[in-house]
Write a protein that binds this ligand. Structure first.
Ligand SMILES: Nc1nc2c(ncn2[C@@H]2O[C@H](COP(=O)(O)OP(=O)(O)OP(=O)(O)O)[C@@H](O)[C@H]2O)c(=O)[nH]1
Ligand SMILES: [Mg+2]
Ligand SMILES: [Zn+2]
Length: 292
């Protein structure tokens, strides 16, 4: 038995890096029967059939972390990438992504790419809201090189997933970080200024200065249906210091009196955009629960 890491999965085949090589494998029927779906990032043990030279995944070792969208295992941190324009930043989608990643207790960085497109007020807006919420917000450009060295420093010796909408420049950023990755990138559609879903699968790539990165396909929506109504507040980093201080223990910061979250929002300590986003997500959770 050989141990390795899944670096890519396409059409039922998994590519496993083990002992310096990449080996094509299929998942054993036993795994499929137990409904265990291998993920990129999984540590696995594989066997090789000496007569055919083909590999099989025998076992998936316990996952340290698991993110379902994009589907990746054993990562340390997530960088959510948006662009300053083309496509325009989608803050409700950013908030949803943050909630899902906070639930997995992963480190998060926010990267606003395409800094060369000169509309600084878009960056300032995002920076204000999210640095107040406790996140690091970077501004990068693959055209001018702005922010790339700083980004590199944050990746060293870590396993980082790059996630975000199509066309924001995730693959371009990875190419700027390490030119020999040669990832395919795509033009933005002239008509709607969105990406064309160029990256089709998740891929784990090794960095020569230490660390691993995962390029992933862009997404345009996320769901929050696995999250409970009273659980949501815990995934708003900016709410955490105040939780438990409202008048009612069961406060979900909606209509209750003497709510510290609402007070902080009115005082400007929690940004209105984040509070509104929280309320929207609460409503969305309520709606999906009613459907069942
Ligand atoms: N102006 C400008 N354009 C950029 C920048 N980074 C990437 N682009 C362009 O944006 C387009 C999309 O880039 P990709 O790297 O393919 O985007 P992606 O996020 O990987 O998209 P998907 O794989 O579809 O999810 C390409 O035309 C890039 O040249 C940047 O910093 N500034
Ligand atoms: Mg891409
Ligand atoms: Zn409250």
């Amino acid at each position: 038995m050989i141990e390795g890491t899944i670096v890519k999965g396409i059409g039922g085949f998994y590519y496993i890096k083990a002992e310096g090589e990449v080996i094509e494998c299929k998942a054993r029927g036993k795994l499929r029967k137990d409904k265990i779906i291998p993920m990129v990032g999984d540590k696995v043990s594989i066997s090789i059939d000496p007569s055919t030279g083909k590999g099989s995944i025998e076992e998936i070792l316990p996952r340290q972390t698991e993110l379902l969208r994009p589907p990746v295992a054993n990562i340390d941190q997530a960088i959510i990438v948006f662009s300053i324009k083309n496509p325009d930043p989608n803050l409700p989608l950013l908030d949803k992504f943050l909630v899902r990643v906070e639930k997995e207790a992963l480190e998060i960085l926010i990267c606003v790419n395409k800094a060369d497109i000169d509309i600084a007020e878009n960056f300032d807006l995002i920076k204000n809201i999210y640095s107040k919420a406790g996140y690091v917000v970077l501004n990068t450009s693959t055209k001018t090189g702005e922010g790339i060295d700083f980004l590199k420093g944050l990746l060293k010796d870590k396993i980082t997933v790059f996630a975000g909408p199509s066309g924001v420049g995730k693959s371009s950023l990875l190419n700027a970080i390490q030119t020999n990755l040669k990832l395919q990138t795509g033009e933005i559609s002239e008509k709607n200024k969105r990406g064309k879903h160029t990256t089709r699968h998740v891929e784990l790539l090794e960095l020569e200065f230490g660390g691993w990165v995962l390029d992933t396909p862009g997404f345009s929506s996320l769901d929050v249906e696995t999250i409970e109504k009273d659980e949501l507040q815990h995934y708003f980093k900016d709410f955490l210091p105040l939780l438990g201080q409202c008048k009612y223990q069961s406060c979900i910061h909606l209509y209750e009196p003497e709510c510290m979250i609402k007070k902080a929002m009115i005082a400007g300590d929690i940004s209105k955009e984040r509070y509104d986003s929280y309320i929207q997500l609460l409503e969305e959770i309520q709606k999906t629960k009613r459907r069942y």
